[in-house]
Unconditional design. Structure first.
Length: 256
């Protein structure tokens, strides 16, 4: 999966965002390597362009996605967040997680937009590498990759941690549409889930919250994770700051 970088020139996936308003209409998806946090490096290629604050802004890619060596649990680091969808499925195929998992989504945004197209498969056991990678890089964007995982049963619930508190701002499930319920009891309720995916967007740390509190919340959930996905989110946080935050999480991510 993601064995080579590839170019997207059609208005699909993240390249369809503001496609007609952009001068550059090509984005690049990096390849995946196994490495350390030191291998997470910013490149010069464009991975996304979108209107932010009334102007088109280009986000620069990571030179590679990184599957973290010596991680406490399987951990993937990427630039655009929709690729997490593919890595959740890889974890499912390798028996690192089970279907009906809890997603703990630590992010400035909920990313709960409903996609234009749902997957061709109805259940995660019907998916395969080709189908998942094609769907991720054709239909999904940074804003709509969670709902299809709920709709097909890979996820049972998604906890939205968009503020400082580790109990989050609500739990979302899918039954033909999104349903929200209170998340105050999630610390106790996590025992009922077969596995936990902790999904971190580093733009969570760009909101002006207390850094000590946000790091505490993030590290709390990292300790509960069966797998971890991390997005550097090039449009929504300065990438040097993102890498700095990533290094501050290193001791929690990497096995001693």
């Amino acid at each position: 999966m993601y064995s080579t970088p590839h170019i997207i020139s059609k208005p699909i996936s993240n390249n369809r965002l503001n496609f007609d308003e952009r001068g550059n209409r090509t984005i690049v998806v990096p390849s995946l390597i196994e490495g350390t946090i030191d291998d997470v490096a910013i490149g010069n290629e464009t991975v996304i362009e979108w209107e932010v604050g009334g102007k088109i802004v280009a986000g620069r890619w990571l030179k590679h996605f990184v599957f973290l060596k010596n991680a406490r649990v399987p951990t993937w680091i990427m630039d655009n967040h929709n690729h997490a969808f593919a890595f959740w499925h890889e974890a499912y195929w390798k028996w690192w997680i089970q279907k009906w998992s809890l997603l703990v989504h630590i992010d400035q945004h909920t990313d709960l937009t409903t996609p234009g197209n749902f997957p061709a498969w109805k259940h995660p056991e019907e998916s395969d590498e080709f189908l998942v990678e094609e769907y991720t890089n054709t239909d999904l964007t940074i804003a709509d990759f969670i709902v299809p995982a709920l709709a097909t049963g890979l996820l049972q619930d998604a906890l939205m941690v968009t503020g400082e508190e580790k109990t989050g701002a609500g739990i979302f499930s899918w039954n033909g549409e999104l349903k929200k319920r209170n998340s105050d009891s999630i610390i106790v309720d996590i025992k009922s889930y077969p596995s936990i995916i902790v999904d971190i967007d580093l733009d969570y740390f760009s909101q002006g919250f207390d850094d000590t509190k946000t790091l505490e919340t993030t590290k709390y959930w990292i300790e509960k994770a069966d797998i971890i996905t991390i997005a550097t989110s090039p449009l929504f946080i300065d990438q040097e700051k993102a890498l700095s935050v990533l290094k501050s999480l290193q001791s929690s991510l990497v096995a001693l």
